[in-house]
Structures are given as structure tokens and as C-alpha cells.
Design a protein around this ligand. Structure first.
Ligand code: C2E
Ligand code: MG
Ligand code: MG
Length: 646
């Protein structure tokens, strides 16, 4: 299904530019065809035009010459008849013959050039007019030569006048016809040229529009690529922020929830199936999530398996149901189950976008820690918690300076003698007389990278107290202090610790460092180096909370710790009525045996009952720490109850 979704998206992406290009090519071909058609039309008109110019115009010229010759002829005839006594007859006839010859030659030309054309009929008319004119002139001259001067003159004046008029009319019509034809062709040519211009303009507009569309599309595609996560192709975190800001500006952000999502134990998927398959899971998962949201909503990835969804409040429930039912299938038969955890925060305009995102992440953290629920909504209580945390962060430095951090001591007891063998220094934050337990602020300080400062402070205070006890003649016990794993990246950790030890001149047998066992170590190199350095100074290092992480055994094998503190969760699984009590007891016994075989000093944490003590004794565990003996208590109390009471 996820493949279909992404394939469809890809096809959509390819289809649009292909359509635009196809449209541009099609309109280009159509325009070109129209232009070619118009060019052919224009060519035909041009030929027609040339033909008219070449053929009709000479005829017109001939007709014009004929018309002028007829006028001269007519004038000569009049002149001769009116002034015969002064005119040389031979010369007259010679001139008349000359003009007639020209007329007939021109007539012949006209008849020839107009043959088969629309002018043919008119040139015949002109010929007929000329012939009629000449026969009338001949008749008039005959009357004249016969001495009937009056009839001759009359003939010339009346009859000839009519013939010449007819001739003139015909010549005029011929002229008009040619001109109309020429004008019509010219108009057509102009029309075609105009049409051609229009087609070219339309074609250019279409091409330009296609180009602009393609350009916009390409720009959109490239800007889209900038907004997308490389691996999964859903949006990236920056785009999510941009959309949130936009909705906030438009006043519609309160319609939405921000959902922080992650895949349960994604690290394990990577370890078990390989990172390539891990990537495939992420891709398939992202595509599925993206198919559950609508156009105005957005799915974004913020590295690894961290996703955010901006989802309308109304449809969030439905969305979460789908997401929680998700199972992802990857490559062929390999089916990798995927379970989601979500933290949901409803947007309101009272807080910043970043506040809401942090809130969703906090709720996701709650979901991660929970064994029963996969979705957590950010509540008002959570908001109070966040405000408190902010307060802690803001006041930490000042609190350190004002010595608001107090060190409490919890004894470690030898079960055989019931005597104190050591104590753990545990920090308390005292604000206005109220004692804040470490679980409330240590995780925050760890997150804010402030924990190392506090650890050094506690270590310094513990050393200061040991020195004080020594100076006061109170025999100290070995005091262990907790060091967060954040210290291990500090190459000078051992040196810095030793500087404090030397400052107070404390014998190394009174010092122990506890480091929490954790699956979060990339490699044990740094820890191993630190333990070795401490060994050189004869200072014990203890592995705290042993058994709570995945890597307990490998850590044990790679690092030569002196003391192992069994986490109190082991004891919590024993006791009457506890599920698998017998098996758990057996397991603790075996672990203890193994640790003794490895020459480790083992201390069991969380001893709360005599039953716990009896059990531990029965399996040979010698050292214990727990409320049964004492809670962590202030220094004065610790001195009175434990150091001065041995
Ligand atoms: P931890 O180092 O494992 O310390 C033991 C915790 O278990 C202490 O809690 C102690 O009060 C509690 N505990 C001891 N016996 C019993 C018992 O019988 N039953 C129960 N339910 N709890 C018992 P606390 O003092 O609240 O400290 C909690 C954690 O905070 C410590 O766990 C340690 O990881 C951390 N922590 C305390 N002080 C410091 C410090 O100065 N630096 C660092 N980095 N972490 C510290
Ligand atoms: Mg501890
Ligand atoms: Mg512990």
C-alpha cells in the first residue's frame, strides 16, 4: 500500500510537466500548420497579383493608348473636315492610317493578353466599339469626299460622339474591373498577413505560458525538495515550523494538535534487521502516516524515528487509532512489526510553537516510559511540571552558589555484623525549607548538561565532610558519590577528582565513585579508562543499578569494576505472593554467585524488610543498603546515628 502511495505521488509529479510539454508541442504544431496554410494562401494570392500586374496592366495600358489614339484620330478627322482647304489631304490620310495602325496593333495585344481571362469580354467590347467607330468614320469621310459636307459633319458630331462615348464607358469599366480585382487581392493578402501575425502572437503566448508554467513547476519542485526529508520524503522539521507559524498568523492554529511520534524500540529494529531494512521501515512508515493526513495537515520527520504530525483536533482520535494499528511490511517476505508511541499537545495561542512541540515531546517521553499506554496527551498538570522544570533550570546556578544543595547519607550495612561499612552520598535540593528529591531535578539537569557541575559539588562536599570528620576525630566510612555518565567524555575526570581528594587530603579508602549502568554507552572505552585510572589511585568504582540495562553482562565483562550494586528491582520481584518468586530468587542467587566468582564486592539496593535480609543472607549476599537500615539522612543525623554509634 505504501508503495502505491509513493508511486502515485511520483507519477503525479512526472505527469504534470509532461502534460505541459505535450500541450506546448501540440499548440506549436497547430500554429505551424496554420502558418504554413496561410503562407500557401498568400503565395497563391501573390501569383494571382503578379499575373494581374503582368497581364492586365499591359492590356490597360494598350486600352489607354487606344483611347488616346481614338481622341487624336477624332480630332484629326474634325480638323480635316473643318479646314480641308488648308490641310494636305495625303498627309491627313497618312496620319490617319498611322493612328489606325497603332490602334489595331494595341487592340491585337489587348485581345491576346486578355484571352481566357475575365477581361476577355470587355476587350471584345472595346474591339467592337473601335470597329464601329472606324466604320462610322469611314462613312463620314465618304460623305465628305462626296461633297455632302453637312451630313459628314453631322455624322462626325453625333454618331461618332456616341461611339466614342461607348468606347470610353467600356474602357472605364475595363479599368474598374482590373482595379477591383487588384484591390480585392490586396485586401486578401493584407487579411492573410494579419491572420498570420495573430497566429504567431497566439503561438508565442502559448509557448511563453507553457514556459512560465514549467518554470513555476520546476521552482515548486525544487522548493518542495528543500522542504522534504531526504530519506522518507515527508516534510522536514523546518517546514513543520513554517506551517505552524503560518497557521498561527492566520489565526487557525487552535484547530490543530501537534503529535510527536516515534517507533517503539527502533534501535532494536536496526540492530536486528540491519540499517538498510531500518531505513526501509522508516520510508514505508512515513508513507503510511502521510496517507492518513489531509491536505492542510502535515507529517514531518526530525531525524531517526522522530516524526511530528500537525493534525486537526477533530480527526486526531481517528488518526491515532489508525497509527496504533499500523504494521509495516518491508521487502518481500520480511515483515517487520512496528508499534508507535505518541505524545499529543493541543495548540493554543497562549504559548509559543516551540512550547507546544516540547510539550508533545514530553508526552511522548511519558509514552516511552509507560508499559501500558502508547498515547499520552499533554495535560495542565504536565504544563505545571514544565513550568517547574523551567524554574529549576533557571535557578540552578544561583542555588548552587547559595548552597541550596544538601548532601544526605544513606548507610551500607554488613549483614553478618549489622554494622555500617560505608554510605552513599545523595543530593537534596532544599528550596524554602522544602526538600526536593533528586528524581525531580537530576533528569532535568542531565538533559540541560548541568549535572556534571552538581556531581563535582556533591563530591567536593562529601570530601569536605570526610576531612571534617577526620579533623574532629570521627572515624569515617567509605563514602560513595554518584557520577553521571556525562562525565565520561571528560578526559581529565580522574585528574579533577584526584585534585579534590588531594585538596582535602583524604585517604583513598574513604572514597568510592558510583556510575550508573546504562545501555546508552556507545563504547566502554572511556569508562574502562576511567576505572583503570581510579584503580591506580586505589579508589573504588561501583556499577550502580546493575541489571536495569540491556548490556549489563557485556559491561561487566569489559570493565573491571570493584563494586556491583544490584538494582532494587531485583528484590522487588521476590517475596511471598510475588509472581515467579522462586525463579527470581534463583536468578538473584546465580547472579550473585557469578559476581562473587568474578571477585566483585556486591551490594544489594532497596532492602526494606527482614524477609529481604533473610533471603540475601541465605544466598550469601553480605552487603546491603535500604530503608530497613535507614533512609538517606542529613549529615548531623548520620554522624549521631551511624558514625558515632559503632
Ligand atoms: P541511586 O544512586 O541508585 O541511589 C539510591 C536511591 O535509592 C536513593 O534515592 C535512595 O534513597 C533510594 N533507596 C535506598 N534504599 C531504598 C529502599 O529500601 N527502598 C526504596 N524505594 N528506595 C531506596 P534518591 O536519593 O532519591 O536518589 C535517586 C537517584 O538519584 C540515585 O539513585 C542516583 O541515581 C541519583 N542521584 C542522587 N544524588 C545524585 C548525585 O549527586 N549525582 C547524580 N548524578 N545522581 C544522583
Ligand atoms: Mg547510587
Ligand atoms: Mg542505585
Amino acid at each position: 500500500m505504501e508503495n502505491n502511495v509513493s508511486r502515485e505521488k511520483n507519477i503525479m509529479k512526472i505527469r504534470l510537466p509532461i502534460r505541459i510539454a505535450g500541450f506546448a508541442v501540440l499548440s506549436f504544431i497547430i500554429s505551424l500548420s496554420v502558418i504554413i496554410y496561410l503562407r500557401v494562401e498568400l503565395g497563391l494570392l501573390k501569383t494571382q497579383y503578379v499575373k494581374i500586374v503582368e497581364e492586365y496592366y499591359p492590356s490597360l495600358e494598350s486600352v489607354d493608348t487606344i483611347s488616346r489614339c481614338v481622341y487624336s484620330h477624332q480630332a484629326l478627322v474634325f480638323h480635316y473636315m473643318l479646314n480641308a482647304e488648308d490641310v494636305d489631304k495625303d498627309e491627313f490620310y497618312e496620319r490617319i492610317d498611322g493612328i489606325e495602325k497603332t490602334i489595331f496593333e494595341e487592340l491585337k495585344k489587348t485581345n491576346k493578353s486578355t484571352k481566357g481571362t475575365i477581361l476577355e469580354e470587355y476587350s471584345h467590347d472595346v474591339s467592337a466599339d473601335i470597329n464601329a467607330y472606324f466604320s462610322n468614320v469611314d462613312m463620314a469621310l465618304e460623305f465628305y469626299e462626296d461633297g455632302d459636307e453637312k451630313t459628314a459633319i453631322y455624322y462626325v458630331e453625333e454618331t461618332l460622339k456616341n461611339e466614342v462615348q461607348t468606347l470610353n464607358i467600356d474602357v472605364e469599366e475595363l479599368n474598374n474591373l482590373v482595379n477591383v480585382n487588384v484591390r480585392e487581392i490586396r485586401t486578401n493578402m493584407r487579411r492573410i498577413l494579419k491572420m498570420e501575425e495573430e497566429v504567431i502572437v497566439v503561438a508565442i503566448i502559448i509557448l511563453m505560458l507553457s514556459l512560465i508554467f514549467s518554470l513555476i513547476f520546476c521552482l515548486k519542485m525544487s522548493s518542495d525538495a528543500v522542504d522534504r526529508d531526504n530519506l522518507t520524503k515527508v516534510y522536514n522539521f523546518d517546514k513543520l515550523l513554517e506551517v505552524c507559524k503560518k497557521y498561527l498568523k492566520k489565526g487557525k492554529i487552535e484547530k490543530y494538535n501537534i503529535i510527536a511520534m516515534s517507533i517503539k524500540d527502533f534501535k532494536l529494529i536496526n540492530q536486528e534487521y540491519g540499517s538498510q531494512n531500518g531505513d526501509n521501515v522508516l520510508k514505508a512508515y512515513a508513507a503510511l502516516i502521510a496517507s492518513f493526513v489531509s491536505k492542510n495537515e502535515i507529517v514531518a520527520r526530525n531525524g531517526a524515528d522522530n516524526f511530528f504530525v500537525l493534525k486537526e483536533k477533530e480527526t486526531t482520535e481517528e488518526f491515532l487509532n489508525k497509527v496504533l494499528e499500523l504494521r509495516v511490511h518491508v521487502i518481500g517476505d520480511l515483515e517487520i512489526p512496528v508499534f508507535t508511541r505518541c505524545g499529543v499537545c493541543a495548540f493554543s495561542t497562549k504559548y509559543t510553537i516551540q512550547d507546544h512541540i516540547s510539550a508533545a515531546l514530553l508526552s511522548l517521553e511519558d509514552a516511552r516510559k509507560s508499559k501500558h499506554k502508547d498515547v499520552f496527551y499533554f495535560t495542565d498538570e504536565d504544563r505545571q511540571r514544565v513550568l517547574k522544570e523551567r524554574e529549576y533550570i533557571a535557578s540552578f546556578e544561583q542555588a548552587l552558589h547559595n548552597e541550596q544543595f544538601h548532601v544526605y547519607y544513606q548507610p551500607k550495612v554488613d549483614l553478618e555484623t549489622n554494622k555500617i561499612v560505608g554510605a552513599e552520598a545523595l543530593v537534596r535540593w532544599v528550596i524554602d525549607g522544602k526538600v526536593i528529591p533528586p528524581f525531580d531535578f537530576i533528569p532535568i539537569l542531565e538533559r540541560e548538561n548541568k549535572i556534571t557541575k552538581l556531581d563535582f559539588y556533591v563530591f567536593d562536599k562529601a570530601c569536605q565532610k570526610i576531612r571534617d570528620w577526620l579533623d574532629r576525630g570521627i572515624k569515617p566510612v567509605r563514602i560513595s558519590t554518584n557520577f553521571s555518565k556525562e562525565h565520561l567524555s571528560n578526559e581529565n575526570l580522574a585528574k579533577e577528582l584526584m585534585a579534590i581528594v588531594e585538596k582535602y587530603d583524604i585517604p583513598s579508602r574513604y572514597i568510592e565513585v558510583e556510575i550508573t549502568e546504562s545501555s546508552a554507552y556507545g563504547s566502554y572505552d572511556e569508562l574502562a579508562r576511567f576505572v583503570d585510572e581510579m584503580k591506580e589511585h586505589k579508589i573504588y568504582v561501583a556499577m550502580d543499578d546493575f541489571g536495569t540495562a540491556y548490556s549489563s553482562l557485556s559491561m561487566l565483562m569489559e570493565i573491571d569494576m570493584d563494586v556491583i550494586k544490584l538494582d532494587r528491582s531485583f528484590l522487588m520481584r521476590t517475596g511471598e505472593g510475588k509472581l515467579k518468586d522462586k525463579k527470581n530468587r534463583r536468578m538473584i542467587e546465580d547472579i550473585l554467585k557469578m559476581l562473587h566468582d568474578l571477585d566483585k564486592i556486591v551490594i544489594c539496593e532497596g532492602v526494606e524488610t527482614q524477609e529481604n535480609v533473610d533471603f540475601l543472607k541465605s544466598i550469601g549476599c553480605r552487603f546491603a543498603q535500604g530503608y530497613l537500615f535507614d533512609k538517606p539522612i542529613p549529615e548531623d543525623e548520620f554522624i549521631d546515628k551511624w558514625l558515632n554509634n559503632r
